[in-house]
Ligand binder design. Structure first.
Ligand code: IVH
Length: 679
């Protein structure tokens, strides 16, 4: 159809171009539907491309016939001033979580009780791992799409959503589109696409996306839709929001309608009539999830009848008629090809297992940290071993256990080197410490590089665009030796680096200049003192209020800061006592680096202690910590009796379980942002 059709269209312009343009669009929409929704294309990709080409040619010849819902109109211009806020027609609630079958039974019991023990049916769906979106169609035409935001208000990302090829710009007439309908779903990156993008990012010296959710959300929130269009994003619709001009009896019916209307609806959803069937579904997918081309982190169970849903209602955060069952951390088996040693910024030597690549929770894993010598011995990991690896939500995978029954006798034990593999300095392991360290200090290139990377990293001085590769080059050319040298770099020097042009050199210089006034807490963290993470840096900054006061503090003074123990105090005092530290501080000051004093601990959240776990979507952890600290709260690393709130992002770790045990209030990201913004 396509090559011939195309030729005749070129040769003999039709009498009424508007009719043939519309006819062509209908054909194209039909094939898009066959491809994206029914997963049953009728024509080859090449034939489809030919149809699109024909439509483009016709529209180019008759620009007056171009409509916004034409399949050619997917990539528009970027919005002039960022994303506009939009209020959702109905709040987008979150879901209560179930972590085991017991939780599911408890939910079932509550549902039964809420409905006076009347029979109830359920719909089981996969929980897609991507970014939640809301789409509004008026009279069948896509008019607006938004992120979930805080659930009440999201961001208008219509131009970006238009680039998602499986999103219908116009609903199919067969479905009799109502006057107004809001549909909700998840935009995601297929696993293969995510891997390819991460590979590219690594090659370009950029941080790979930590997980599928970040990748989807990041791609959707690109200011330029042309960038979004290059990401092969896909969509599943799983819920209707506000509807005017149509009525449904059940959720299942609304899903069937959505499919008919042209939305991609996952074919794995099932309607069942008992909790046993729900549990069978959950078990089945827990075992088979990695056979899917997209990421899923659980199962969502919904009461099917919309009347029953209304009867059960919702709390302020989540409907009572639905629950999300989270799959346990995924594990996979692979082999240890080799064990190498990584030298960190404090000289710590970390043994790293080099693995045969294996897919775990949708990501290819190639390395796993063995933490330190004792850990490696405890697990008895040897080169050549078959092992079980696990990703518990975060990026860095770990080895859960060795499979000794698979040993052949060829495996080799790994010995920690006696000298640093990078600088050759002796390695020492202090009594009582698990960590072996290179003693090379500032003369070990690996330590120097790692310190520089840390200094400019996002949670430290956040020097944009100055990453590992650039820093390595600067070191190689002897342009810098320590962080203070960054601030005296000239543009001419930067221009000598590989692939540096006039503009990019300006950017580097500007980014460095911008970081001259960091908060005191960022600067303390950036110094890379052993045991001083983001939260401890913050405690120190708020207590001492001044870098010189901290540098001159005694062991007792540091130890007595609430939240700081003797180990940290020892490390802090030792660090500031070193002549090299004193010299660095002098140099930084001379280069014009002046920290801004932090806010005192008064404010709305004074006396409250926050702990964070999991990945936050809309705010970095650093920023989250700064914002609560600015309101007087304390941030801590571990959940304990004094914790007021645990803020749990995606894929929370063991802190979550501990908080549940201790009865600590758990906030999801949306609730947390709500708390920050409430008066
Ligand atoms: S239903 C009121 N169904 O999970 C019910 N959500 O906290 C609204 N999600 O970010 C959600 N797959 O985007 C529903 N099949 C599914 C889902 C799903 C993924 C996401 C959703 C939201 C989170 C719910």
């Amino acid at each position: 159809m396509s090559p011939d059709g195309r030729r005749s269209a070129e040769r003999r312009p039709p009498a009424d171009p508007s009719r043939s343009v519309e006819g062509l669009r209908e054909q194209i929409r039909h094939h898009l539907y066959r491809y994206h929704v029914l997963d049953a294309p009728e024509i080859s990709d090449a034939a489809f491309d030919a149809l699109m080409e024909e439509l483009r040619a016709l529209e180019a010849a008759h620009p007056e016939l171009v409509t916004a819902d034409s399949p050619t109109q997917r990539v528009g211009a970027p919005p002039a001033e960022g994303f506009r806020p939009v209020t959702h027609p109905q709040p987008m609630l979150s879901l209560a979580n179930a972590f085991d079958e017991e939780d599911l039974h408890a939910w079932h019991k509550r549902v039964r009780a809420g409905l006076g023990d009347r029979p109830v049916e359920f719909v089981c769906e996969l929980k897609f791992d991507g970014a939640a979106i809301s789409l509004v169609y008026e009279h069948g035409v896509f008019v607006r799409g938004a992120t979930r935001g805080d659930g009440v208000q999201g961001e208008d990302i219509t131009p970006n959503l238009r680039t998602v090829r499986s999103l219908p710009l116009r609903l199919r007439r067969e479905a009799d589109p109502p006057e107004f309908v809001e549909v909700r779903g998840e935009v995601y990156l297929p696993i293969r696409a995510l891997e390819a993008i991460n590979q590219e990012r690594l090659q370009a010296g950029q941080m790979p996306f930590a997980n599928a959710r970040n990748a989807a959300a990041g791609s959707l929130r690109q200011l330029d839709p042309a960038v979004t269009a290059r990401r092969p994003l896909d969509l599943f619709v799983y819920q209707l929001g506000a509807v005017r001009g149509k009525r449904f009896e059940t959720h299942w019916e609304s899903l069937e309608w959505a499919r008919e209307a042209g939305f991609p609806v996952d074919a794995h959803a099932r309607r069942v009539s008992s909790i046993d069937d729900v549990i069978a579904y959950v078990r089945d997918w827990a075992a088979r999830r990695d056979t899917l081309p997209y990421g899923t982190d659980g199962v969502v169970v919904k009461v099917d009848s919309l009347d029953q849903q209304a009867e059960l209602g919702a709390t302020s955060q989540a409907p009572r008629w639905a629950i999300a069952y989270k799959f346990p951390a995924e594990q996979a088996e692979t082999r240890v090809r080799d064990i190498t040693v990584h030298v960190g910024r404090t000289g710590a030597l970390t043994p790293v297992a080099d693995l045969e690549p294996v897919r775990v929770s949708g990501v290819i894993v190639r390395h796993a940290t063995l933490h330190n010598e004792d850990e490696m011995r405890r697990k008895d990991v040897r080169i050549g071993d078959h092992v079980v690896v696990q990703r518990a939500g975060e990026v860095i995978p770990e080895i859960v256990r060795v499979l000794p029954e698979k040993r052949t006798g060829e495996e080799r034990r790994f010995e920690m080197p006696a000298v640093c593999p990078v600088c050759g300095s002796p390695v020492e392991r202090r009594a009582g410490e698990a960590v072996s360290r290179c003693t090379g200090g500032a003369s070990c290139p690996a330590q120097v590089l790692e310190r520089l990377i840390h200094f400019g990293s996002r949670d430290a001085l956040d020097i944009e665009g100055v990453g590992p590769k650039l820093l390595q080059q600067m070191l190689d050319r002897d342009l810098i030796r320590d962080p203070a040298d960054l601030f005296t770099l000239t543009k001419a020097q930067v221009l000598t680096l590989e692939r540096m042009a006039d503009k990019s050199a300006d950017k580097v210089i500007a980014a460095i200049a911008r970081s001259r006034r960091p908060s005191l807490s960022r600067l303390i963290y950036a110094l890379g003192i052993r045991h001083v993470g983001v939260h401890v840096a913050d405690l120190l900054a708020r207590h001492f209020q001044d870098l010189d006061r901290l540098a001159g503090a005694s062991f007792e003074e540091v130890r007595d800061v609430p939240g700081i123990g003797p180990t940290i105090a020892q490390s802090v005092v030792e660090f500031f006592r070193q002549p090299a530290t004193r010299a660095l501080l002098r140099k930084l000051r001379a280069a014009g680096v002046r920290p801004a004093a932090p806010a005192a601990s008064t404010g709305r959240l004074a006396g409250k202690t926050f702990v964070f776990t999991g990945t936050l979507e809309r705010i970095s952890r650093r920023e989250a910590a700064e914002r609560v600290a600015a309101q007087g709260a304390t941030v801590s690393d571990s959940v304990g009796a004094r914790t007021t709130y645990l803020v749990a992002g995606a894929s929370p770790g063991s802190k979550f379980d501990r908080a549940r045990k201790l009865g600590v209030t758990v906030l999801n990201e949306q609730e947390f942002l709500g708390l920050l913004e409430s008066r």
